[in-house]
Design a binder for this molecule. Sequence first.
Ligand code: PHE
Length: 450
Amino acid sequence: MKRETWKSQFGFVFAAIGSAVGLANIWRFPYLVGKNGGAAFVFLYLMCLLVIGLPTFLAEVTLGRKAKRNPAGTFRKIGGKGWGWMGAIMVLTALIVSSFYSVVAGWILGYCVQGFKGVLHTFETIEQPVHLFQNLTSSASWSLSYHFIFLLLCVLFLMGGVRKGIERGSVILMPLLFVILCFLVIKGLFLPNSEKGLDFLFSPDWSVITPSVFLLALGQAFFTLSIGQGTMITYGSYLSQKSHLPKSSFPIILGDTLVSLLGAIAIFTIAFSVNIEPTSGEGLLFQTLPVVFSQLPGGYFLAVGFFVLVFLAAITSEISALEVVISYLIDEWKFKRKAAVLLSALVAFALGVPSALAFGSLGDISIFGYNLLGCADYLATNILIPLGGLFAVLLFAWKWGVPKALSHMRLGAEGLFDRHRWFRFYLIVSIKFIAPLIIILIFLQAIGVF
Ligand code: PHE
């Protein structure tokens, strides 16, 4: 069977931005910044992107373009038989991510419906949205139905294939996301007290920067770029040999960072306009913001706009996580695309059931202090994803070898490599030495070695 390809490099950029921009940008980034030193954290995060994020991202896309396979096949083809299991772990990570991610994204979809119904801007006390959240998420039927409907929507896109489903969907949905985001930012900036929100967000507090904050910044950089779990290997495998890898990676990383920053500006200016400090962690989206929307003129549109925005961000990310599993089933087990889509969505649904019940009937189960959803999240974000990133840079720099790997990356990007010699040096130092070393450190920290 002939492997599918992107219609254009531009389409790849949009699909990859769709994957990168997700819950992590709008749900996680703002409160990480708010809690961990404002601009100091932003600075640290940008450094992590530059020193490890971008090089690892490029390494994954290059591996995929070279092998033209799913992650397991890529590792086997480039590294030999003994390396295949590492790629298989990445596929498994993608499956775990797609299972719990779809549960949270399902809640977002459910909240879009609540927003349309006019429920999310009519709260009179701070407790009301908390109760709503508890009532909804503890209901097995609500949580499971939206988990299912969300996956079904992903299936509709994925059935269309790489060009007509993923690429076309991203090219339409991403600009829409950007328009809604700009609308929210402008609205936020024109509200009273917006300067307080900006101040809180951007004034640096270096005293809170500790090694664990550094690790948070690094984990965020990995998760938000969708690296470490095979997505970028898979998306890279649909690229033509003529594509310019660095040139298509820069806008992806810039676009992702821009959305994180704009999302944070929107959330902080809107929240500070009614004097609510949005440092309430994961409750931010479902509990804090609805109180804010209730106190602002045009709250209905803000609530709807906000949740639709997050929904758009989440669906293109979920699609990219499932595509890893789909490409694995097609390449390794000779599935037809339709069957592969259905099977991977079904397994993601089943694996997500414990997470969907984690706030209800399975709420009493706690593992290392996390409920089942938190546990899946922790396992994927803090352990499996850094591990996958480590596998990718090791394969790239230590097994395939820097000279061969970079000469493949250079194809299509000869001008850049020849004109800017430092670029080669930067890649070698970061992919071969800095990235593996720092990822090993995060990993050891995550499993509690220090
Ligand atoms: N990058 C996505 C986000 O920021 C998360 C994600 C990770 C999606 C891995 C797919 C694969 O939310």
